[in-house]
Each structure stands twice: as C-alpha cells, then as structure tokens.
Ligand binder design. Structure first.
Ligand code: M6R
Length: 625
C-alpha cells in the first residue's frame, strides 16, 4: 500500500521518479506526487540557491500519467527527488492529502507508506509548538518533527533517527531537505523499502521493479535502520548512530519481465506466463539422488523430522494456495495441518512450540499480517518457513527456511501466476516433508515431482482455450450474483475463483465447500444466479458434486461446470462447460482448474469496462493492518 521512490545524483531524476512511480502504481493509485530539490545558480558567483518544488495529482487510476503529462519542472539543476503513489489510510484521497508532505518552512519533504499509530498525539504536540499542519494525513507529522530536530542543528539523517524513535506503528519513509540537496534519507519498520546505487546515483524504492531500469545493485534495510543515500554511496546506521552494513539483495528479475510486453494489461500477460512460472518454480527441486530440495534451509533434517504439527498462515490468494497445501501435507506427509488467515492467527493465541512448523505463504513476502504472524510464531519458538516470490523479502530473511516461487514480478493487483506458483511450491514442500518423515518412499516423491513437471503443458493447454471462456463470459455477463462450489481441493479453487471475480469485476461472488450448500447458501439460489461448480473431482466425490449441481439447477441457477476432458457425465446438467485436461494426481488439479476461473473473471471485468490491473480500493501489497 503506497509506493515510494527516490533518486539523487542522476541527470534524469524526474524521469526516474515518474517511471518508478508508474511501476509502483499497483501499490496504490489514489494520488501521486513528487518533490524535487532544485538548485539555481546564485547571482554573480554567489553560491547556488536551493529550494523544494512539489507537484501532486489525485486523478484516480490516472494519477501518475496525469502528473507526468502535466508537470513543468522548474529551471535549474534537479539534485534529488522523492515520489509517491498513495493508497489512502488517513485523509481522503484528494490532492491536499497527497504526498509528499512538507514542513512549515517548505524545505523538508516526506513520503511515507504505513500507519503512524500515535500521529494524533504527535500532531497535538506539534500544533502546541506552533506548527501548522496542512493535511489530514498521519504522514505530515514526520515532516514537522524533522523540522523541529533540524532547527536544533541536527542533520537530516540524525533528525530521522530521532523521529523514528518517537513513531509507533509501521512505516517506510523517505525525506529530502533543500539545505542538503543531494541527500535522501530513508528508514523502515515492517513496511518494505530498499535502497540502491549506480554510476554516481542513489535510489530508494518500495520494491525492486520500481528501480530495475536504473540498477541491479540493491540493498535491503532492517527495521529501524536509517539509510543516507547520496550520489554513488549509501550509509546505513542503527538508532544508536552506529554504522551497519547495507545488506545486498539478489535481483533475479529483468526489466522486460516488469513490462507489459505487447499485452493490453499485466493481468493477461501474467495469466499467460503461468506455464513458465510453474516450470521455473519446479526447476532444480530434485537432487541427483532423488531428494526434494528447498532454496534455503536453516533447519536440520532431524529438526524437521521432529515437527509434529504444521500451521499455514497467509492472506487472500496466498491463503487459498495454503488451503491446497493442507490437503497435500496431510495426505503425503501425514502431519496435522491447521490453516489460518494471518490476521486472525496473530491475535488468537495459537498453541505453538519448537515442534511446530509455521509456513507463511506470501507473494510479496511483505504483507504486514503475515510478517507479524510469522514473527509471533518465531517468538514462541516455532520453526518458520516461507513461500515467497520476492527473493530476500522481509519474510524470507527472517524465516528458518525458504522456498521461492519463481514467477517473476507480478504487477497486476489480482494474483494469478504467483498463486499457481505457490500451489506448485507447496506441493513440493508437502513432498519434501513426506521424504523427511519417511511417509513416502523416495522414489514415490521423486515420481510425484516428475509428474508435477507435466503441469506447465497442461496449464498451457487451458490457456489456449481462452476463446471458449470468453464465450461463457459473454453468456453470463448480465448476472450479478455468483456462487462458486468445490469439494476437497476444489474448495480452495472455488474460493480463489470467487475472489478473482469480486476483485476485478466488482460482482458479488462467494466460494463455498459444496457440502455446505444445504446449510445456508442454497437460500440464495434463484433465477439469474450463476453457480460455478468445480467438478474435476476424485471419483468418490464426483457423485456428490453432481447432486449439488442438480439442487441448484432445479432452483433456477445457471450452471457453469469446470470438468475434465471427456467426462460427459459431469456436464449433463451444465448450461456452460469449462473443460480442463486431466492431471496425473487429484491433488494437482487446482493448478489447472483455477485457470479458466481467472480467465472468466478477466473477461467479465473487461466486459464491464474495468481496469483489471488496478481494481478499485485495492493495493497489491497490504502493508498496513
Ligand atoms: O503478497 P501476499 O501474497 O502476502 O498478498 C496476500 C493478499 O493480499 C493477496 O493475495 C490478495 O488477496 C490479492 N489481491 C489476490 O488477488
């Protein structure tokens, strides 16, 4: 939520900011703004005069484009600048609440992502001291607090160290000061922030794609560390002022991967990248002697063998991937698995100990609820493992073990390729645990990994059937209510299908385990309701699903069935069919079954004229509670 970018020492500061902000727009698009430190030569050999220049726009989903098209950068040398795209928390999404925020002197500018929980108290003190606050945001207090510290003679860096010690809550902050024109200072607590440098320039950003065109020399910041970014140099200090080394990050992505590459939008590009995402996630997972491998394992085999219970914590689509894993881990590794929405896990006092493995699933590795759930688990002595798409993400750095989904950058707010990659990675994890525990013979788990390798071709096959999905979308385009039903691993598929549809089409869509139908949701069924039934089930469950289809059909629902090629019996009562190819193991079926539902959501959203990449009210990475 909210995206930050900063640049210093480049001859193209404004371009770097605007292109970085365009790449960060998936994090928030309520408004966009930049502040630049501009120098103009003093008269007759007098020193350069520096000042702050600011421009902001609140134009909904067009704010960065509008800002880029309309600003006229003042004459002079642009030494440094900071930019921001906003997902509003405190204060309406209008121009006067847009970042950057300034202090009373107009010489300090600040951008922020996160929530300053004690901002009301801090603001009251500032007003008592005579500061004039111009916005309703929590962020603005930071500019005025910096102003107060700078007035006592502190440097911008020293001032930021002092200010973050006063702040309660989560933040990623970047600030510039017209008196120190080449410097950007930055700090974080929980909210993501990285710094980078290249050829005499310095960079700050919320994530890697924002500055991928400028550098691959990128460093992560730890909580409560302050970075002073100058052209070509980065110095990081702790709260005590002592220097700590910036931690290099591995950048695996190319700029090309973070661009649309000829597609209309990121969502269709990312849906079509799914076969590669699944294949890449499986790459190198089997050692020569048939062992299933993770990426980073700071746990010994005997520690893993001691695990007697698994918790999975995640949010949104990552939670749905985690649900699939519950079935896989229980089936193959014979370990009890509990799964929780991360924000619930954190506050419900779960019973954990050193024999518990807590698995966090997160595309970004930065979702605040999941980070905090994992931290809480580690504090209670549990072992932690993360499935992350971002290499060296906060969660990856803090966990005992990591399995990366190698899906490449995902910029559409709605998760598609990372979800499929997560399901794949979690199957790998289930097989790894099964091997460690000896619940499968090594050749069985190795064979299952080999079987997984056939999945990318099957996903490709489903994607090639997109025209058939468009036809179904056209046929149900007038409907307002959708109910997705699944059983066993079809249940998480139903949840994910419903989430995709509501996220981007804004249609009412619920996912349910089909067995629950008669316990309530059937009351909603009437003429005009569309029921999407996932019927690619094991033979013992299929007749039950066919019974559910009869029940909704006889009450007037329009029925769309996801069925396996050649399974004529499952589609007898269907109004529309989304065919998918068979899979080698029923636990793998979510990897193909979810794809037509992504395409259906995409088509329905496009028919409604929605911006599929930037759905209203949402942001890609949720970094505030
Ligand atoms: O980065 P994470 O995987 O932790 O994000 C979790 C959810 O916020 C995310 O999956 C969200 O539900 C997506 N918008 C789903 O399309």
């Amino acid at each position: 939520m909210c995206g930050i970018v900063g640049a210093t020492g480049s001859s193209r500061v404004v371009d770097v900011l605007l292109s970085g902000m365009a790449r960060l727009e998936y994090r928030g698009y309520d408004s966009a703004g930049v502040a630049l430190v501009v120098g103009t030569p003093g008269e007759e050999g007098a020193p350069e005069l520096t000042s702050l220049w600011r421009a902001r726009r609140a134009e909904g989903t067009k704010s960065v484009a509008d800002l880029a098209a309309s600003i006229e950068v003042p004459e002079g040398i642009v030494h440094a600048g900071i930019g921001h795209v906003r997902w509003a928390t405190h204060g309406r999404p209008d121009e006067h609440n847009a970042h950057p925020h300034l202090d009373c002197t107009g010489r300090v500018a600040v951008v922020h992502n996160g929530i300053i929980e004690n901002f009301a108290t801090l603001a009251a003190h500032l007003v008592d001291e005579g500061h004039r606050l111009a916005s309703e945001t929590d962020t603005e207090v930071v500019a005025h607090l910096l102003e107060s510290r700078i007035a006592t003679g502190e440097s911008l860096t020293g001032a930021l160290r002092a200010v973050i010690a006063l702040i309660e809550g989560t933040f990623a902050i970047a600030a510039v000061h017209a008196d120190d024109p080449d410097v950007i200072v930055a700090a974080r607590r929980v909210s993501p922030l990285i710094v980078g440098r290249s050829d005499g320039s310095g960079l700050v950003a919320s994530d890697i794609p924002a500055i991928l065109g400028e550098t691959r020399e990128v460093f992560s910041l730890d909580d409560d560390h302050v970075a002073e970014v100058r052209p070509g140099s980065i110095t990081v200090t702790g709260l005590d002022g002592r220097t700590v080394g910036p931690r290099p990050m591995t950048v695996e992505w190319d700029l090309e991967e973070a661009e649309k590459g000829g597609y209309d939008d990121f969502m269709s590009k990312e849906i079509r990248e799914q076969p590669t995402a699944v294949a890449d996630t499986l790459r190198g997972r089997l050692s020569g002697d048939g062992r299933v491998l993770l990426d980073e394992e700071r746990l010994t085999i005997s520690e893993l063998r001691e695990v007697d219970k698994v918790f999975i914590v995640a949010c949104g689509s990552s939670y749905h991937a985690g649900l699939v894993a519950k079935y896989a881990i229980e089936h193959w590794a014979r370990l009890p698995v509990e799964i929780d929405i991360a924000s619930e896990f954190r506050y419900r006092d779960p019973v954990l100990d050193s024999q518990t493995l807590v698995v966090g699933v997160s595309q970004s590795g930065e979702t605040v609820d999941t980070i905090q759930a994992m931290r809480g688990a580690a504090e209670q002595g549990a072992k932690t493992l993360v499935i992350s798409n971002v290499v060296d993400s906060s969660m990856a750095r803090e966990s005992d073990a990591v399995l990366y989904t190698r899906a490449g950058p995902e910029l559409c707010v709605a998760a598609t390729k990372t979800h499929l990659a997560q399901v794949t990675a979690l199957q790998v994890l289930a097989l790894h645990l099964a091997q460690v525990r000896g619940s499968l013979y090594p050749e069985e788990s190795a064979q299952l990994i080999e079987d997984l390798r056939s999945m990318p071709a099957r996903v490709e096959e489903v994607i090639s059937r997109a025209p058939a999905v468009s036809e179904v979308a056209g046929a149900v385009a007038g409907a307002k209510d959708f109910l997705f039903l699944g059983r066993h691993v079809g249940y998480p598929v139903a949840l994910e299908g419903a989430l995709k549809l509501k996220e981007i089409s804004y249609l009412r869509a619920e996912g349910y385990p089909a067995g629950e139908l008669k316990h309530g949701p059937i009351a909603l069924i009437e003429e005009g309701v569309v029921v999407v039934a996932i019927a690619t089930l094991r033979s013992d469950l299929l007749p039950k699903m066919l019974g559910n289809i009869e029940e909704v059909k006889s009450r007037g629902a329009t029925v769309v069935v996801v069925a396996t090629d050649g399974d004529g019996a499952s589609v007898v009562r269907a109004d529309h069919v989304l065919w998918v190819p068979p899979v080698p193991h029923s636990l793998f079926s979510p990897i193909v079954d979810v794809v037509p539902l992504q395409l259906l959501a995409y088509e329905l959203a496009r028919l409604r004229g929605n911006d599929v990449d930037r759905p209203r009210n949402l942001a890609k990475t949720v970094t505030v509670e």
